[in-house]
Ligand binder design. Structure first.
Ligand SMILES: Cc1cc2nc3c(=O)[nH]c(=O)nc-3n(C[C@H](O)[C@H](O)[C@H](O)COP(=O)(O)O)c2cc1C
Length: 150
């Protein structure tokens, strides 16, 4: 059984819905999940697995509810090793170069600070996918068994 922090960045609620579906799947597998929509770096613990789901707003920007977490990472630069994490970046390819910018930025920040991705991050394109929870669950099922060995 793993303890999982599920941090969410959302503007209109799609990422929150995806997070709820992932949480239900993980709890069904016996893990303990805490969803956090007001995450700060101080909420992280190396004893827990971090799952992060974020949409992108503005021009590749991090949603307001997750921006303080990103600021913590940038300004306080906490050393995050041996934290392990997985991340879903949600966006819309209609936005061109800023596609999934928030998730890509956070993935980079986490790795710069020593956190280790368990798997490559997933990108979900709202132009291609009406039901983002579907690719999210498929992705999760591809690696969830590894949580039992952490
Ligand atoms: C005002 C606005 C700005 C957006 N900017 C971007 C962007 O720069 N890059 C991107 O990939 N998606 C962008 N998106 C698309 C959203 O990230 C995408 O629709 C996502 O699924 C929304 O999830 P949410 O409901 O959790 O906020 C934008 C959407 C809106 C409404």
């Amino acid at each position: 059984m793993a303890r999982i922090d599920l941090f969410v960045g959302t503007v209109y609620g799609s990422a929150a819905l995806v997070a709820e579906r992932l949480s239900a799947e993980l709890e069904g597998r016996g893990h303990r999940v805490t969803i956090n929509e007001e995450a700060r770096a101080k909420h992280l613990s190396p004893e827990r697995f971090l799952l992060l789901v974020t949409s992108t707003t503005g021009q590749g920007d991090i949603p307001d509810n997750l921006a303080p977490f990103a600021d913590d990472l940038r300004n306080k630069a906490p050393w995050l090793s041996p934290l392990q994490y997985a991340l879903i970046a949600m966006g819309d390819s209609a936005y061109g170069d800023t596609f999934c910018g928030a998730g890509r930025t956070l993935d980079g920040l986490l790795q710069e600070l020593g956190a280790r991705p368990l798997v490559p991050h997933l990108e979900i394109d709202a132009s291609e996918e009406d039901e983002p929870e579907r690719p999210a669950l498929t992705w999760l099922k591809g690696w969830a068994a590894r949580l039992d060995t952490l």
